[in-house]
Design a binder for this molecule. Sequence first.
Ligand code: CUA
Length: 324
Amino acid sequence: MWNLAYAGHLPIQGTEIAREWDVLYWFIMAISVFFFAIVIGGMILFAIKYRSKEGAKSSYIHGHVPLEITWTIIPTILLLVIFGWGWVVYRDMTQPPIGAYEVRVIGKQWLWQFQYPDGRSTINELYFPANKPVKLIMTSEDVLHSFFIPNFRVKKDVVPGMYTSVWFNTKTPGRHQIYCTEYCGTSHSGMLAVAYALDEKQWAEFERGKKPQIPLAEGGATGSKPALKLADIGKQLTKTKGCIACHTEDGSQLVGPSYKGLFGKEREFADGSKATADENYLIESINEPQKRLVKGFQPVMPVFQGQLSAEDLNAIVEYIKSVK
Ligand code: CUA
């Protein structure tokens, strides 16, 4: 029956709960519009009809018991319906079915890390099977963040020192945008991730330890697209992996050094030693950022060892080289 729910300006309905949520939303919206029309329309109508006339005296109005009972009982019933209905949807949203696939989520300035039951972890990419309940158990490593997947209508604060959780079950494979919706510092708006609901074949691949083949381009594979240059693939990776939250390509400095003119430059480290930024240095800085920390920067970058394939690393290094 929920299939009738109209999404309108809302994000697509990625789950059954999203549909339930939208039906309730439009119900409340319809009631609000109806009463808005009656109240404001009546006000305008009366202002015109009963506007003051020369010498006119307004009549003294006594109470009207049946009217007062009506406008007390009808709104009370409506509010109780909204409460009861809201409670049912909230209950469905907050109680995951037993046996849900569990993924741990760590929010940190400014990326999302996902840890899977088999010990693997990914950054800014969340993989899970479609058509199966998934529960996210979330915490933060630094400040308050908020985890939001609009298409699933799930949103919850991610708080240091405690766990919060959300769950969802999306029937169809596909990709969905993840946002941070709690201001958490300079690159809050860059704290983006993508949720990939995998079909059975892709999920089997993922469970075998392989990364499922998903096209790099935004919006998935539709039609043919021109092949990307290696540096362009690297540039895209710096977006999807969250690098650009801390590193710029225009020379401006965020939490980490800018890529601009980095390649081939002499780097000075916190311990006073020096080295030239060549390919090996770049790969080391990605895999083990704290091994040689550039002077003047904090040791805050997460370790990417095991997160990126050799292909991905090649592309990113090629991209950094290209930023002159
Ligand atoms: Cu994390 Cu905003």
